[in-house]
Design a protein around this ligand. Sequence first.
Ligand SMILES: [Fe+2]
Ligand SMILES: [Fe+2]
Length: 476
Amino acid sequence: MMENERDEQLEARQTFFEKQKLIESARVSFHLLAAVLRNISLYPHDHPILLASAEKFRDHLQKVLTDRREAAFYLVRGELFFETLAIPIDNSFSTSIDLFQDKDIGGVVFKPNIASDEIVRFADMMSSDIVFSSEQESLNVTTAKRGILHIVIHHALLVDRQIGKVIKARERKAADIFRDTIGALKDVVEAVYLEKASSMRKMNTVMQNMVDYVLDNRDALVGLTSIKMYDEYTFAHSVNTAILAVSLGTYLTFKKPQLAALGISALLHDIGKVGIPKEIINKPGKLTEEEWVHVRKHPVAGAIFLSKVPGISKLATVAAFEHHQHGEKAYPVIQGDQKKHPFSQIISLADSYEAITASRIYYSSRIPPDEAMQILIKNRGVTSSLVLLKAFINMMGVFPVGTLLKLDTGEVGLVMHQTADLMRPRVLLLTKFDGSEKETGNIISLVETLDGRYKRSIAGTINPTVAKINVKKYFE
Ligand SMILES: [Fe+2]
Ligand SMILES: [Fe+2]
């Protein structure tokens, strides 16, 4: 390995783990702040328990504040962020989050050299029935008057506007990555057709971008996989499979170079299909035995092709060869007991999920994501090991992005993001479910509570095709 390559790998690994460490540290800080906010209503202001909790929070905050000018927490639609990193919400902070929301506070920023008595005064202010202004200046006056000089609070409206912009920019970037990856894949396919030597340079670059993006924000890209591009299905299928495989890889904390190799292998797993006549690939109905003979050749054809491409991970060849090595209809048929490489198992899993959710594209119906998950669970232990399937379910959620949910309030919600709670994703609210539903533009979290109870819960799922709801338009 070249010296600078090793440096790059080391650096990539460090930034990934550093980010995870920062998220954990921010989560602990908020947990300690929640304890102070709880204690202020239980004890007198000079009680040692209250003071000790404020000191504990201050000490932890000081650590987070090393090398940074401030520690900023934001609350956006029921979700907690540290700077722009999403912090998994646990039950210990839900009351504090309610408190901030009730007071229309969307951001709390802590500055260095904060004293613990300021924290007590801040907690006292939060527990009073003061109504906060939406003007930043008067908010600053309110805190200054109480001797709170190292904590700045922001009104929810302002924070929503700012963070909303960041989220929009991210969504745009996800769409760019999707498009660029399709472009790079088309180049390789074209090279195969024309029997030209294909360069991996462009593909390596787009894969780096995909990996970086997934490491930062997994849900936005996974959300895009639920848009099936019918006209270019084979390309979209490959890109979707790559996104799902890389996402599972990040969930399993693979290192960056492994993630890139996994992504490229997933992107090219069906490259052997280039030799199959288009009429067979796009055939809506069942294939004849003769047509199947053609289809069954693609793992070997793909493996032979990939073994000749310079500069590509050997694992791409292995994965192309092995990705249909499961179940009763495994192909190609090989003798003896076979154990698939973990990469091949991940790709098989991503490939199956993608294919199930798209399998009815030529009929007008599609299998919704939650049903696809049920099919994978029914076939557990076949496509991949149980451990991998479990990780996949934990990552995707029981109700994956793109699932349409019936809520106990009579509303309909489309799953847009996962939260720390597998059963409580973030959803885009559609108006009452009476067939005339339309987007309301509100993304809410099912984690949100009111007076200690969940505001909304899942009452069931809805099949969008049966209900004639075009889910696709909400992801465009
Ligand atoms: Fe395949
Ligand atoms: Fe495939």
